[in-house]
Design a protein around this ligand. Structure first.
Ligand SMILES: *[C@@H]1O[C@H](CO)[C@@H](O)[C@H](O)[C@H]1NC(C)=O
Ligand SMILES: *[C@@H]1O[C@H](CO)[C@@H](O)[C@H](O)[C@H]1NC(C)=O
Ligand SMILES: *[C@@H]1O[C@H](CO)[C@@H](O)[C@H](O)[C@H]1NC(C)=O
Ligand SMILES: *[C@@H]1O[C@H](CO)[C@@H](O)[C@H](O)[C@H]1NC(C)=O
Ligand SMILES: *[C@@H]1O[C@H](CO)[C@@H](O)[C@H](O)[C@H]1NC(C)=O
Ligand SMILES: *[C@@H]1O[C@H](CO)[C@@H](O)[C@H](O)[C@H]1NC(C)=O
Ligand SMILES: *[C@@H]1O[C@H](CO)[C@@H](O)[C@H](O)[C@H]1NC(C)=O
Ligand SMILES: *[C@@H]1O[C@H](CO)[C@@H](O)[C@H](O)[C@H]1NC(C)=O
Length: 826
């Protein structure tokens, strides 16, 4: 034995160690394990022996890692029979094939092997499994079938139906007492298996449906664990196990005595175990915290519940719900209409699939067969792939209430669920998805905002009718509208100042989301539990008034999937407030420019964001009845909803322009350096093509993960646009790609996006495509035009210009990036 290990053993077990101690490789009829002996796995990774744990002097027959200086018992035989001394202990095989632990002559523990076998032998595998085999090497008993609190790689959790074994973890009573504690981690198999963490019989946490998947582990523990979850669901067994590649790193998962499910990796440098994951990780992980059809949102480490889809579900008991008693959950706004055969399904993505307590599954059905099956049965409330790994597999149906759903803001792979809805809800949905056509726009506010918005809708209809008589509003008409805006804003839903003050806890600094050019933005919670973002215009900002009116008028008339929704406003003395829908994932810049957060935006999401912004701009530029130039398009003005759908925000400085007039002069240049087209920044000329320019910058930023403003490239003295242009000309466009998406990206889509980006930032405004063309280019297969040189003037040139030209001052007088919308309070 190695001297060092000997020293440690002697040090740890001075009274236990015998002089004639041996390291065995097998236990057999003739080889017993006595005091001081260990049974060692072939590669010496694990050892079985008589060990003490923690501060107690009790002795247990257990398995631990052999090579590390910290005794970590991963399995214990006699958990409820602690022994005072090891001196009379013998582990032996008794005929016919049972492993027993004797203390002198009394039996302490037995493997109770049911299969009879002669000449059996026991070995410890390098996975930490104690295996009893018959003379033909057939396994007759193994410790992996009887887990304690550890889930080791290769070990199964679930059920063996044939042998009637339940593989589950049970916590220790305390950190140094292996006695069975309060917590278990095991599988519920009402239908498709679901793992649950329970305290006694109370469910504390549910993992969500099993998935077989492979991914790279990037924890602190190791940068390079090739993780695989293996799921087996058939007539013989339902099991999940995991593997982490052939890494030399030691890795284990465990259910702690305090009821946490944790992963640990061994840090060789520090000679300690390092904690990786720990569940439940936040209060939203609490089982069924928001009731049926509820979804939990984490806010400053406190949970709050919303209905899974607030446009389609309402609290069952509004009074309780308002008082933060969410147990009643939510019910459908429109009752199902199954008998008429007209229900259909709406897809929700990135959710933790509901509890399968009342469900049915078939692993060989396709998702189409699954839908048909669910549609036929009026008690079927939802369907999904049973195994939601990439590609998806099998069919899972839910009956009754859908509980313990959670939306994952940052996306969770492929968890899509299709929930049954009355057909009228679907009409609204598909209209809004198609293109935000007039029909959809009328239906959707009714559905979404209900009574609250009735006033708004009537004003909206009024407007639509007015518009029928006057074709397109003229510039003059618009100016008139703006001067009459006080009257118009009154037609928007008005919130009382008290309501908003209450919703934002008196505009408390804790609720502040960010500071924009015209004032701070606060997060608020209306009495009915709806979350909103409140923009409070600076009282002393005289410029703010115009912007306020402008924004209210513009936004209240615009409805599109990719535009942020204005819910109402509030004017109180000289206080002016705008109330918007709240976007769970805040703004795009917080993702693409942040090393960690950018991991949550893979290429597919980024491409969807690019396309969504483009569609939003087409709507602003040509489809809406007011034609709008945004004028301050930038990453921080793109907000993201819980599914990472982009919504353009902040029309505060947008300028409407009418009819044929596609270009106008502005007295004040507003916007953000880094995104401004040269003709706008320098001459104050704006057109739809200035938005196209900003869009191009944004696309290149999304692809590269780098800011245009502040980007410098030593070699070329370039900004991002110049750098992209250089790479493009050298045929090395792919070098621009953000390394965090290099693996996930689709090279065709990426190079198309880069080309589109470069076409949009061309020096000459006329060369730049219209946004509708951009949408076509992004969606099509055709080869694109060759971009010409971009307008990549350096920022210092611009500063020089702005010093000499009174027309190029920023309204705040600051050159910092204006951010009127939500910003993480960091
Ligand atoms: C074993 O048991 C026998 C009989 O009960 C007893 O005489 C003996 O002292 C015991 N030995 C030990 C080491 O406890
Ligand atoms: C083996 O069977 C005995 C007697 O039925 C029981 O007391 C003991 O707990 C069993 N051991 C194990 C490890 O299940
Ligand atoms: C056990 O194995 C040995 C050889 O390994 C053999 O001689 C003996 O007969 C076997 N015993 C039984 C009961 O099969
Ligand atoms: C690890 O190695 C073993 C044998 O060397 C092999 O069977 C297994 O497939 C390997 N696992 C992975 C994930 O590479
Ligand atoms: C993980 O897989 C990659 C390639 O598939 C391999 O290069 C790497 O060595 C693997 N890592 C481990 C720890 O097995
Ligand atoms: C079913 O359709 C009929 C006629 O189309 C309608 O009168 C009835 O209200 C519908 N049932 C439900 C539950 O909506
Ligand atoms: C599962 O689905 C497949 C394909 O539709 C079908 O052949 C099979 O009979 C189904 N099994 C059960 C148990 O319903
Ligand atoms: C609908 O599903 C439930 C639950 O599986 C089942 O009890 C019922 O018989 C099914 N009804 C029809 C019409 O298939």
């Amino acid at each position: 034995m190695e001297a060092r290990a000997m020293f440690l053993l002697l040090f740890c077990f001075p009274f236990v160690r015998k002089i004639d101690a041996a390291e065995l490789v097998t236990i057999s009829d003739s080889r017993f394990l006595t005091d001081g002996d260990t049974l060692v796995s072939d590669a010496g990774i694990f050892e079985l022996g008589y060990f003490q744990t923690g501060s107690s002097r009790n002795i247990y027959l257990g398995i631990r890692y052999k090579k590390i200086p910290v005794t970590t018992l991963v399995w214990v035989a006699n958990r409820d029979q602690p022994l005072a001394s090891a001196s009379a202990l013998v582990l032996k095989i008794t005929e016919p094939g049972t492993l027993v632990l004797l203390n002198n002559i009394s039996m302490v523990w037995s493997s109770n092997t049911t299969t009879k076998s002669r000449n059996a032998t026991a070995k410890l595998s390098d996975t930490g499994n104690l295996v009893l085999m018959d003379e033909n090497k057939k396994v007759v008993w193994q410790s992996f079938d009887y887990p304690t609190e550890h889930w080791l790689p290769g070990m199964k959790i679930g059920y063996d139906y044939l042998r009637g074994i339940k593989w589950q973890l049970s916590s220790w009573e305390s950190s140094d007492n292996p006695l069975v504690g309060e917590f278990t981690w095991g599988t519920e198999i009402h239908s498709y298996p679901d793992d649950k963490l329970k305290q006694g019989s109370v469910v504390k946490f549910r993992v969500g449906a099993w998935k077989s998947e492979k991914f790279k582990g990037i924890s602190a523990v190791s940068k390079n664990l090739n993780f695989t979850y293996n799921v087996i669901v058939n007539e013989e067994e339902a099991s999940i196990s995991y593997d982490y590649g052939n890494s030399s790193t030691l890795f284990r998962m465990t259910l702690s005595s305090s009821g946490k499910f944790e992963s640990w990796g061994w840090m060789e440098e520090g000679k300690t175990w390092q904690l990786g994951l720990s569940f439940p990780k936040d209060v939203c992980d609490t089982y069924n915290i928001c009731g049926a059809h509820g979804s939990c949102i984490l806010n400053m480490n406190e949970q709050s519940c919303v209905c899974l889809d607030e446009t389609k579900f309402v609290p069952r008991n509004k009074k309780d719900w308002d008082m933060s008693d969410w147990t009643g959950g939510c019910v459908r706004r429109t009752p199902l209409d199954c008998q008429n055969g007209s229900d259909a399904f709406i897809k929700y993505s990135n959710v933790k699939l509901p509890d399968t307590h009342d469900s049915w599954f078939n692993m060989s059905m396709t998702i189409q067969e699954c839908e048909a099956r669910c549609k036929k049965n009026c008690t079927c409330m939802a369907y999904a792939n049973a195994d939601a790994s990439p590609g998806g597999r099998g069919c899972l149906l839910w009956f009754g209430d859908l509980i313990d759903i959670r939306s994952y803001p940052q996306g969770n792979g492929h968890n899509d669920i299709f929930i049954r809805m009355a057909s009228s809800e679907l009409v609204a949905e598909s209209n809004s998805r198609k293109k935000g056509g007039v029909k959809g726009k009328i239906i959707i506010p009714v559905v979404i905002l209900g009574v609250l918005l009735l006033g708004f809708i009537s004003s909206w209809l009024l407007y639509a009718r007015k518009n029928k008589n006057h074709a397109e509003p003229t510039e003059e008409g618009l100016i008139l509208n703006i001067s009459k805006s006080q009257e118009e804003t009154m037609e928007l839903p008005q919130f009382s100042f008290t309501t908003i003050a209450n919703a934002t806890v008196n505009f408390s600094p804790q609720n502040k989301l960010g500071e924009g050019g015209f004032g701070p933005v606060y997060k608020g919670m209306l009495e009915e539990g709806k979350q909103v973002a409140v923009k409070r215009l600076s009282r002393n900002s005289s410029q703010g008034l115009d912007e306020f009116k402008n924004e209210v008028i513009c936004i209240s008339k615009l409805q599109h999937r990719n535009l942020v929704k204005l819910l109402g406003c509030c004017i109180h003395g000289d206080e002016k407030l705008l109330i918007y829908e709240y976007m769970t994932n805040k703004s795009l810049d917080l993702f693409i420019f942040d090393e960690k957060q950018s991991l949550f935006l893979d290429w597919t999401k980024r491409f969807n964001i690019i396309k969504g912004i483009a569609r939003g701009l087409v709507y602003l530029h040509q489809d809406s009845r007011l034609r709008i130039i945004h004028r301050d398009l930038k990453a921080s003005n793109i907000l993201l909803d819980h599914d990472m759908n982009p919504k353009i925000s902040d029309f505060g400085i947008a300028r409407s322009f009418g009819g044929n007039e596609s270009q106008a002069n502005t007295e004040r240049v507003v916007g953000t350096y880094g995104y401004m087209s040269p003709e706008y920044a320098i001459d104050g000329i704006f057109s739809v093509k200035s938005d196209v320019f900003s869009f191009g910058v944004l696309v290149l930023e999304i692809v590269s993960g780098k800011r245009n403003r502040g980007f410098t490239q030593q070699e070329h003295g370039n900004n991002l646009l110049g750098y992209a242009w250089t790479l493009y000309n050298e045929g090395r466009s792919m070098d621009l790609v953000d390394p965090t998406i290099a693996e996930s990206c689709n090279p065709q889509e990426v190079s198309k996006s880069i080309e589109v980006g470069l076409l949009c930032v061309q020096q000459n405004a006329e060369d730049r495509p219209k946004m509708s063309t951009v949408v076509m280019m992004l969606g099509g297969e055709d080869a694109l035009l060759q971009p010409k040189q971009p307008a990549y003037f350096m920022e210092r040139d611009l500063l020089l210009v702005s010093n000499f030209s009174s027309s190029t001052t920023n309204p705040t007088g600051s050159l910092n990036e204006l951010t009127i919308t939500e910003v993480d309070p960091r």
